[in-house]
Write a protein that binds this ligand. Structure first.
Ligand SMILES: [Zn+2]
Length: 247
């Protein structure tokens, strides 16, 4: 009987120990499950936020309609100044391809261009077809213009808009610059009518294009600012040519 009691106690103890073990195991299992659940939810959330970011970036790239306004032949004391003010008011960046000989006396305009975040590139020294001169002479003209720009802005230009769009591989090898051509040419220097220039651009525009204008005519400045307003309302975003060429 005594032995039996002892056996019963032992059995009870074993059962209790067994129960505690079972209880502890259950807690551990539940904990492990909860931790696992938390990790999986966290990972899922992280995945979802990564996916959302990728989708957002993709839709941003797909959704944007970029345009680059480019201006040749300046800087001009009056017209470039008015254009810079208009672009600043609208928060728009453009690209300027300068004539070296026009820089003298207009250094303030150049500084303003850089300050406002516009791209400053080279057009030429004195507006001639670069392929009509010897390679050496044309390269010297381009370097001279680049140095004039660097002296004022502190940046050596990387982009060139060759006069009349005439360029050669030899010139490119010689100066190591990227030539920038254009998609839309409203012949603003000939038309001299802001309404007609705007209409030409509006009719021909597609996303990711480069528009050629000249900041040496009042009608071109009026047209450029009107284009920013009209096409801006149609969802176009104006960027500098380097941003367009990268895309
Ligand atoms: Zn020109």
């Amino acid at each position: 009987m005594e032995r039996n009691k002892g056996y019963q106690k032992l059995k009870e103890k074993t059962r209790l120990r067994g129960n505690s073990f079972f209880f502890l195991s259950t807690i551990l299992l539940v904990d492990a499950f909860l931790i696992g659940l938390c990790i999986s939810v966290a990972l899922q959330e992280r995945n979802m936020s990564v996916q959302a970011a990728v989708q957002k970036a993709e839709s941003g790239v797909r959704g944007e309609k970029y345009l680059a306004l480019t201006f040749d032949d300046g800087p001009d004391k009056d017209y470039t100044k008015r254009l810079l003010e208009g672009l600043r008011e609208r928060g728009v960046k453009a690209s300027f391809f300068l004539v070296g000989e026009n820089i003298d006396g207009n250094e303030e305009l150049l500084s303003q261009m850089t300050k406002d975040g516009h791209l400053v590139g080279t057009h030429c020294l004195n507006h001639v077809d670069l392929t009509k001169k010897s390679i050496e002479e044309s390269c010297r003209d381009i370097w001279a213009t680049n140095e004039k720009i660097q002296a004022v802005t502190g940046r050596y230009p990387e982009y060139i808009r060759p006069p009349y769009g005439i360029w050669s591989e030899e010139l490119e090898e010689c100066v190591g610059m990227t030539p920038v051509f254009w998609d839309i040419d409203p012949l603003d220097w000939q038309v001299r009518d802001a309404g007609q220039i705007v209409e030409h651009i509006r009719k021909n525009v597609k996303k990711h294009q480069i528009i050629l204008l000249h900041d040496t005519y009042g009608t071109s400045v009026d047209a450029a600012l009107a284009v920013v307003d009209v096409l801006g309302r149609e969802g176009y975003v104006f960027v500098t040519v380097d941003e367009l060429l990268i895309d």
